[in-house]
Ligand binder design. Structure first.
Ligand SMILES: [Zn+2]
Length: 171
């Protein structure tokens, strides 16, 4: 099953005080999150919230929603657990993937995950981060289609999936 993997630890980022984003329909996929004002590089924008569950429970929930190719709101943590943004989650679960994103998700030592601006983000820009999804099975044409990326950034690889050699997520 897919999971997003973010191996680096967070540096101390500056927090943005007032809410700097809004959720609305995205031209890329479903709903997206958009900057409501200029966000400086390095700003902490939002926490990725949700219920913390183990892999067995994540797999059970994915199966319940139609299997491993279904879009879910899972974020993999270093300790092997998963944040399910679909339960008790916040707007962060709507942030779309991009191959050349303007944000990155970093897990802090305490296991909490925050999105940081990688560069200055203009008002109205859609926020994105690279999901670097790990899919354990074979990357068949059907799997590739299911995870096809249409982010439109210059470095788009055409897929949400991380190359199979980059196995950062533990199971
Ligand atoms: Zn892309």
């Amino acid at each position: 099953m897919p999971s997003s993997s973010h191996a680096r630890r967070a540096p101390g980022g500056r927090a943005v005080r007032a809410r700097s984003y809004v959720v609305k329909a995205s031209p890329v996929h479903g709903k997206g999150v958009f900057a409501t004002r200029m966000i400086p590089a390095g700003s902490r924008i939002i926490e990725y919230r949700g219920e913390r569950i183990d892999w067995a429970e994540a797999e059970r929930r994915a199966a319940e929603k139609g299997g491993p190719l279904n879009h879910t709101f899972f974020f993999s943590l270093h300790d092997g657990r998963v944040i399910d943004g679909g339960r008790r989650g916040n707007a962060a679960r709507f942030i779309n993937h991009a191959c050349e994103p303007n944000c990155e998700a970093l897990e802090h030592e305490d296991g909490r995950v925050y999105l940081y601006a990688l560069r200055p983000i203009e008002r109205g820009e859609e926020l994105s981060y690279n999901y670097a999804l790990i899919y354990e099975g074979r990357h068949t044409p059907a799997v590739k289609r299911a995870f096809a990326c249409r982010c439109g950034t210059p470095g788009c690889t055409g897929s949400y999936l991380a190359p199979k050699t980059r196995r950062k997520a533990k199971r």
